[in-house]
Design a protein around this ligand. Structure first.
Ligand code: HEC
Length: 145
């Protein structure tokens, strides 16, 4: 099995899990998510979710700086499954699985260090900081969950 096929199979398996089927950000432990965010994500995405400067401009190696997770970024444009997979498998695996060519991701995978529950708590914390309207848009893009 090629790496790409393996990742696709892994993603399909994940999506079939009950955890993802019932995957709402509501009712999660956002306080725990905030602590885990500070420990694992803030170094790149910023203590206040502000991201890195000039986050739309790739560096000399073609890698993007970390985008903000607050409402000025695009995290709330993505459905929950995409966000979960981006954190669990890392940006490169998700982009490869989506056949996005010529993209080198700067987003590490956390599947080896964080549990699924911890990842969802972090995403729920991030989501809890968005204005109501952004939360609604994000929820509407998450179909069947
Ligand atoms: C080493 C720096 C780094 C760390 C640490 C990091 N990220 Fe990222 N992240 C990035 C970069 C760079 C991108 C931009 C897209 C890319 O390069 O794939 C990104 C993109 C993302 C995206 C998709 C784009 C978006 O706006 O939604 C999500 C979701 C995300 N990161 C969540 C997290 C979470 C949650 C953590 C902590 C568990 C984390 N990241 C830790 C660098 C990092």
């Amino acid at each position: 099995m090629s790496r790409q096929r393996f990742i696709l199979a892994a993603i399909t398996a994940i999506m079939a899990q009950p955890l993802m089927a019932a995957h709402e950000f509501a009712g999660r432990d956002t306080a725990q998510g905030q602590v885990l965010y500070a420990e694992n994500c803030a170094s790149c995405h910023g203590t206040n979710l502000e991201g890195q400067p000039n986050w739309r401009t790739p560096d000399e190696n073609g890698i993007l700086p970390a985008p903000p997770h607050d409402e000025t970024g695009h995290t709330w444009h993505h459905d929950s499954v995409f966000l979960f997979q981006y954190v669990k498998f890392g940006g490169q695996a998700v982009m490869d699985a989506m056949n996005v060519a010529n993209f080198t991701s700067g987003m590490p995978e956390f599947g080896g260090t964080l549990s699924d529950d911890q990842i969802i708590d972090i995403l729920a914390y991030i989501q809890s900081t968005w204005p109501e309207q952004a939360q609604q848009v994000q929820a509407s893009r998450t179909q069947g969950h």
